[in-house]
Design a protein around this ligand. Structure first.
Ligand SMILES: [Zn+2]
Length: 884
């Protein structure tokens, strides 16, 4: 899955729900902690014990569209795993069961909060087969969603879609619903005759069902875990291709056909590349990608039928302004068809085996399609971003200490993806991909834990994996290096002292990592591979003259931070001469801390215009923005030619101009760019930068933008969004109008976000946000929660806390609410808890001391995955997809 966070059924922190423990215990404990923790529902870190093996689920669904009701019958074929069972239990929440048949005979049953119990007439024998047919109906609070037109969305096409992960399939099908089992499925669904449907596996038939209805039958012939069951149905249109004789269909809301090509043009290339690279052919009967509105996550890798948010469905004009378009999301979800679907984690504690691989594979695609420089630059930024998130530092990738498998999303996505890249570097491509092939084949259609990967890699490569997995997967943190160098002219020796400064303890240890040291002198560059393994050690290297450049971990292969004091002249040399883009990018970043140095400005200005890689130009521009002052401003302006620069670089340059508040000519320049730049994303950035400068009377320029038509309303949206930053309360009436029902959702959310920043004494605005918490549209509810969090009005806390206690929150949503409450309380747990005292404070974010964290304890430790998630959602948006 991409971009999701779950916090539902709460198990008190520090405890985990034991496999097979009666639910009553959890309910009791939950009540006891109700005063301390938000009551919501979470996924279980341990797989439950199984009573039976579910082998086939035949699912028949109809809908009452008026009442948003599902009427279903599911027939389970199963065989018991032990003697003496008197009941067969199915996960089922809020469904009304009207009848059960066991092997064709009417059966007795009972229900409780989250189970259906079907009684057996006589105790079971191990291996005994049963066919259990369940008739039911319900109005699902989650799991299955009706997206229909309403007052706020009169033009909405009708769509029904499901989202099973983590444990939500049980809200619309009574079923065994945990990933430690697999079943084949049939989905037989009756819908209006002019609808399309998509589900797992092969389309078997579409037949008339009377009264203008049709019945679609889908069959998934290989067994899958139930969170990967999907249904998408609605007023959709489809474009069909084939890949190696398999159907590859793209399904979008009616009227959006022109967006299919710019969004999906490389899907078949990806299928070829992943099949070839892994040596394991794409394993399913077809590959469908459906784009649906108001999807609660970025994308979901349902077997053979991925569902994606229409937020990443690209307008053809805007697609041209973006380097990677929606490839990040599309390749992530496609790679799950191997990692996650063909081979599935056995429990959520091992979710990195799904998400770490999908993150890694998306970067692999980036490398293949957009070049190694793009991929290594993306990894370098992810490394830095991860190292800044202190709350992730002390938690291993595999942990069972959670009530929400995505509490540590930054570990199971980003860190795990980087770890796989390090493993690849250390084993070499042949051994690494050979090991993956063995892992996939050995565990094909199976459910795995981390040790299955370890074993497969060891069998395939002969390499011992214990230290690597011990420190990176089961251990927490990463090395924080402090490096210093000294050159002795008499002995022609360079000595490098390397200290690991991370706070060692708990699951964080001293790391053993291979590091390449590259030393450049007048005589050329020499490379020295070393193994760093101690808290402090010194390495000596013979060199023929004084070094011009010393690189520690050339190309930044290792997840780490490094503090390496160098003079401005050394950084300038590195910016101009390092061969790998990330070493030049690191130099640009370091130079952004050097003030009042003309040579530094000149070097950054030169790099901002002429470095051959766009990412280094972006880093140089950002560094100039950070340095500030008239001279830096001139250099940024000089780097904005009207043509010939990638729009995603020009966008960053224009953004920087918002930092130069002393140049009176800049507002006029930015207003001009906002009207004339060839790229809409640059025009949008100009409006934001303009507002940052807060020019007198600036509202009229933003009002003008709010009137301007552009693809997907990019300019209008930016105009509305900039009104918040401008801080002129006169914008309130315009923003109230654009936030009202009936306006397009993307504009409403922009207006709501800006309103949050204005007229803070106006209680009517806060009341308006609270009213929007019940809006039909998920995006509006999200925007309203965020706006309340930004408005600094603590009286909203009880309302948000009450909302957290609701059990109908879709996947993702409780994290958004908790984050908003966190901001209102001015608590920030995203501190740099992993540093020892000698480390400088993190560049951004608060810095709550470790003891503060301890005091708050895990009960109060608020989620910050929303950062990662927002980042991923942003990556799915056209205007931001390349700057990340
Ligand atoms: Zn994923």
């Amino acid at each position: 899955m991409d971009a999701f966070g779950v916090a539902r059924r709460v198990v008190p922190p520090g405890r985990v729900r034991q496999a097979g423990a009666p639910l009553l215990c959890a309910v009791f404990l939950l009540a006891a902690f109700a005063a301390l923790v938000p009551v919501s529902f979470a996924d279980q870190p341990f797989a439950p014990s199984r009573d039976y093996d579910l082998t086939h689920a035949r699912i028949e669904l109809r809908f009452d569209l008026e009442q948003r009701k599902v009427m279903g019958q599911v027939t389970h074929t199963l065989s018991t795993l032990r003697d003496g069972l008197r009941q067969l239990n199915f996960d089922s929440v809020d469904l009304t069961i009207s009848g059960v048949r066991v092997d064709g005979k009417e059966g007795r049953f009972s229900t409780d909060a989250d189970k259906l119990h079907v009684n057996l007439d006589t105790p079971s024998k191990t291996g005994q087969k049963y066919e259990v047919s369940i008739r039911y109906e319900g109005r699902p609070k989650k799991g299955l969603y009706f997206i229909f037109p309403d007052k706020s969305r009169p033009n909405q096409t009708r769509q029904i879609w499901t989202q099973g992960q983590a444990e939500d399939t049980r809200y619309y099908i009574p079923i065994y619903d945990y990933p430690n089992d697999r079943t084949t499925t049939e989905m037989i669904v009756t819908v209006p005759g002019d609808w399309e449907t998509v589900s797992n596996g092969k389309l078997v038939s579409v037949t008339g069902a009377g009264q203008g209805m049709k019945t679609w039958s889908w069959s998934q012939a290989q067994p899958i875990s139930t969170y990967l069951i999907t249904l998408v149905a609605g007023e959709l249109e489809k474009q069909s291709e084939t890949w190696r004789n398999l159907p590859v269909d793209f399904i979008v809301p009616r009227g959006q056909r022109e967006r299919i090509a710019p969004t999906f043009s490389r899907t078949r290339d990806m299928l070829t590349y992943f099949s070839d690279r892994l040596g394991v052919l794409y394993p399913w009967d077809k590959y469908d990608q459906s784009m649906v509105d108001q999807f609660v996550v970025g994308g979901m890798e349902n077997v053979s039928a991925t569902t994606l948010t229409t937020r990443s469905l690209l307008h053809p004009v805007l697609a041209r302004e973006s380097l990677q378009q929606s490839d990040g999301l599309i390749s992530h979800e496609l790679s799950h068809q191997w990692f996650g679907d063909l081979v599935t984690c056995k429990d959520w504690a091992n979710l990195w085996l799904n998400e770490g691989f999908a993150t890694f594979m998306a970067t692999l695609w980036q490398e293949r399609q957009f070049g190694a420089d793009n991929a290594s630059y993306a990894r370098w930024r992810t490394q830095a971003n991860w190292m800044r998130q202190g709350r992730l530092f002390t938690v291993p990738v595999v942990t069972r200490d959670f009530n929400d498998s995505l509490r540590y999303a930054g570990n199971i996505y980003d860190k795990a993806g980087l770890i796989l890249q390090m493993l690849r570097e250390q084993l070499g491509d042949e051994a690494f991909f050979g090991g993956l092939k063995h892992y996939l084949e050995k565990n094909r259609l199976g459910n795995v834990v981390t040790e299955d990967l370890v074993k497969a890699l060891e069998e395939s490569t002969g390499a011992n994996m214990d230290r690597f997995f011990g420190q990176w997967i089961y251990g927490a943190g990463a090395p924080r290096f402090a490096v210093s160098s000294a050159y002795d002219d008499a002995t022609h020796q360079l000595s490098l002292t390397v200290r690991q400064t991370q706070r060692v303890g708990g699951t964080v240890g001293v790391f053993t990592v291979p590091v390449e040291i590259a030393i450049t002198t007048l005589g050329g560059t020499q490379s020295f591979p070393v193994r760093v393994s101690k808290a402090e050690e010194t390495f000596n290297f013979p060199v023929n003259s004084a070094p011009l450049m010393v690189l520690f971990d050339k190309g930044s292969r290792i997840l780490k931070s490094v503090e390496f004091r160098k003079s401005p002249a050394e950084w300038i040399y590195q910016l101009q001469n390092a061969q790998e883009v990330v070493d030049r990018a690191a130099a640009a970043e370091a130079l952004g801390n050097v003030k009042d140095n003309p040579a530094v400005l000149a070097a950054l200005g030169e790099a901002a215009q002429r470095d051959r890689f766009w990412g280094v130009r972006v880093q140089a521009l950002t560094a100039l923005g950070r340095i500030g002052g008239a001279e830096a401003g001139k250099l940024v302006l000089a780097a904005i030619p009207q043509s010939g620069t990638e729009p995603w670089v020009r966008e960053v340059a224009v953004e920087q101009l918002g930092r130069f508040k002393d140049d009176a000519s800049l507002p006029g320049r930015l207003a001009e760019i906002s009207r004339r730049d060839a790229a809409f994303r640059v025009r949008a950035a100009a409006l934001n930068a303009y507002a940052q400068l807060k020019p007198a009377g600036g509202l009229s320029v933003l009002q003008e933008a709010a009137q301007a038509d552009s693809p997907d309303d990019v300019v209008r949206r930016a105009g509305l969004r900039a009104m918040g930053a401008l801080g002129d309360d006169k914008a309130v009436s315009t923003l109230l109008e654009w936030s009202s029902e009936g306006k397009p959702i993307a504009l409403r959310t922009a207006a709501i976000a800006s309103l949050a920043q204005l007229d803070k004494k106006n209680e009517a605005i806060g009341k308006q946000f609270i009213a929007l918490l019940d809006d039909q549209a998920f995006d509006i509810r999200t925007a309203a929660v965020n706006a309340l969090g930004d408005r600094d009005d603590q009286s909203a806390i009880p309302t948000l806390e009450a909302m957290l206690r609701r059990t109908d929150l879709p996947v993702n949503f409780s994290n958004v609410i908790e984050r908003a409450i966190d901001r209102l309380r001015h608590t920030n747990t995203d501190s740099d808890a992993g540093s020892a005292q000698t480390q400088p404070a993190p560049a951004a974010g608060g810095a709550a001391a470790p003891e503060v964290l301890d005091r708050l304890g895990k009960v109060e430790q608020t989620l910050t995955e929303v950062n990662d998630r927002l980042k991923r959602i942003e990556q799915a948006l056209p205007a931001k997809s390349n700057a990340q």
